[in-house]
Design a protein around this ligand. Structure first.
Ligand code: DQA
Length: 145
C-alpha cells in the first residue's frame, strides 16, 4: 500500500469562497474527491489542511518517519516559513519526494509571492494550473515512487 499525503496550509480550508477569481470555485473537498478518481489499486490518499504552522511541520515529520511522499501546498507559509522549509529539508535528506503545488502562479502575482523558501528543498514545483496542479503532482509522484 502506497500512501500519499496531500498537505495544505493556511486559508486553503476556505477554497470555494476565497477569491474564486484567483483560486477557482472548487472546495478542498471537491479537489480531494477528484484526486481519488482513478487512483490505482493499492494507493491511498490522505488530504489534510491546517492554519497552524506547527501542525503542518509535525505532519511533515510524520511523513519523514513513515517515508510517505508528500504533495504540499504551503499557501502563505511558502513565502516565509523557515521552520516549514527545514522540515521539508528533512524529507529531502530522507530521500522522500515532496512536490510543492500552487493553484495560482505566484510569480505572476504580488512581489512577496515570488519567493518560495520551500522550492529549493522540493523535488519539484507545479503552479498555476488550478486544481490540476494537485492532479499533476499526484500523477508525477505515482511515476517516481
Ligand atoms: C497559494 C499561493 C500563495 O501565495 C497564497 O498565500 C495561498 C495559495 C496557491 O495555491 O496559489 O494561500 O499557495
Amino acid at each position: 500500500m502506497t500512501t500519499i499525503l496531500v498537505l495544505n496550509g493556511p486559508n486553503l480550508g476556505r477554497l470555494g469562497t476565497r477569491e474564486p477569481e484567483v483560486y477557482g470555485s472548487e472546495t478542498l473537498a471537491d479537489i480531494e474527491a477528484s484526486l481519488r478518481v482513478g487512483l490505482p489499486e493499492g494507493v491511498e490518499l490522505e488530504l489534510r489542511q491546517t492554519d497552524d504552522e506547527g501542525e503542518l511541520i509535525r505532519w511533515i515529520h510524520e511523513a519523514v518517519d513513515r517515508a510517505t511522499p508528500v504533495v504540499l501546498n504551503p499557501a502563505a507559509f511558502t513565502h516565509y516559513s523557515y521552520g516549514l522549509r527545514d522540515a521539508a529539508a528533512l524529507l529531502k535528506q530522507a530521500g522522500v519526494p515532496l512536490i510543492e503545488v500552487h493553484l495560482s502562479n505566484p510569480h505572476a502575482r504580488e512581489r512577496f509571492r515570488h519567493t518560495s523558501v520551500i522550492s529549493a528543498v522540493a523535488t519539484g514545483v507545479i503552479a498555476g494550473f488550478g486544481s490540476d496542479s494537485y492532479r499533476l503532482a499526484v500523477q508525477q509522484l505515482l511515476r517516481i515512487v
